[in-house]
Design a protein around this ligand. Structure first.
Ligand code: HEC
Ligand code: HEC
Length: 222
């Protein structure tokens, strides 16, 4: 029961933080030009990347994309490659390119591993109470479509390697989450007191094996 309450309040906390993200009005045509000249080499013009460590972006929700770009720019999300890509872009550019990619068709999906599919389905949908693992579907949706209002990212069909990298980064607290803009300072202060982001909490309970089977499963989810 205690764990259920913890999971419910985690969801509530994340809804309220992420829902507060406000994307400036964007111009998808201006965003397309940035995509073509700066981003396409790695993410494709249409947001489908051929390199598994580089995320697919097409059809991802705009709030989530915008938040990530702002976080790369502020250095809150650390990745040398992406930080240098956005260094010379304005907030408006970031909104434009996020808007452009969000309007592209969703990428197509990969193939699951039949040997671990059943186990992964259970974990994804319902978690594992005996180990304190929280299921993913409550926030990312049973079909992995995410939640565009709350800025929970679409996961379904994303590259397994990229998913696995991110889960390990969250687990090692090398990727921060649930923070943006003015909220950032408040959370930085809270973090100093040891408070974790949502995905940091979720991933702290995942074993390497959980991460592997969930990443395979997610890459085929739709
Ligand atoms: C040289 C290759 C490269 C270029 C060019 C590039 N990216 Fe990236 N991008 C990456 C890599 C690698 C990652 C994964 C970073 C990580 O693991 O944290 C990434 C991650 C992202 C993410 C996070 C995706 C997610 O699901 O959280 C977004 C958004 C993004 N890139 C947008 C862009 C945009 C917009 C541009 C152009 C302005 C761009 N990228 C240019 C390599 C690139
Ligand atoms: C309480 C809600 C919640 C639950 C439960 C949850 N997530 Fe998340 N997840 C989020 C949020 C919010 C983000 C975006 C964090 C950010 O803005 O950087 C996220 C981001 C991610 C990302 C990064 C996606 C990308 O494109 O970079 C992955 C991978 C992920 N979650 C996997 C999972 C898995 C696997 C589970 C189940 C074991 C899970 N999540 C459970 C809320 C949740």
């Amino acid at each position: 029961m205690k764990k259920l309450i913890a999971a419910a309040s985690l969801c509530f906390a994340s809804y309220s933080v992420q829902a507060a993200i406000i994307v400036p009005e964007y111009d998808a045509n201006a965003g397309k030009q940035i995509a073509e000249t700066v981003c396409a080499a790695c993410h494709g013009v249409d947001g489908v990347s051929v390199v598994p460590a580089q995320a697919n972006l097409g059809g991802q929700n705009v709030k989530y994309l915008y938040k990530q770009l702002v976080n790369f720019k502020s250095g809150y999300r650390v990745n040398g490659i992406m930080q240098s890509q956005v260094a010379n872009l304005s907030q408006q550019d970031l909104a434009n390119v996020a808007g452009y990619y969000s309007e592209q068709p969703v990428w197509s999906v990969g193939f699951a591993n039949p040997a671990t599919n059943e186990e992964a389905t259970k974990l994804y949908l319902g978690g594992d109470k005996s180990r304190g693992v929280i299921g993913c579907a409550g926030c990312h949706g049973p079909d992995g479509a995410g939640n565009s209002w709350a800025a929970f990212p679409r996961l379904g069909g994303q590259h397994a390697e990229y998913i696995s990298n991110q889960l390990k980064l969250f687990r090692a607290a090398g990727r921060e989450d649930d923070v943006t803009g003015d909220e950032q300072k408040r959370y930085n202060d809270a973090e100093k007191e040891g408070e974790k982001g949502m995905m940091q909490m979720v991933s702290s309970r995942l074993s390497d094996r959980d991460i592997r089977i969930l990443s395979d499963y997610i890459s085929a989810l739709h």
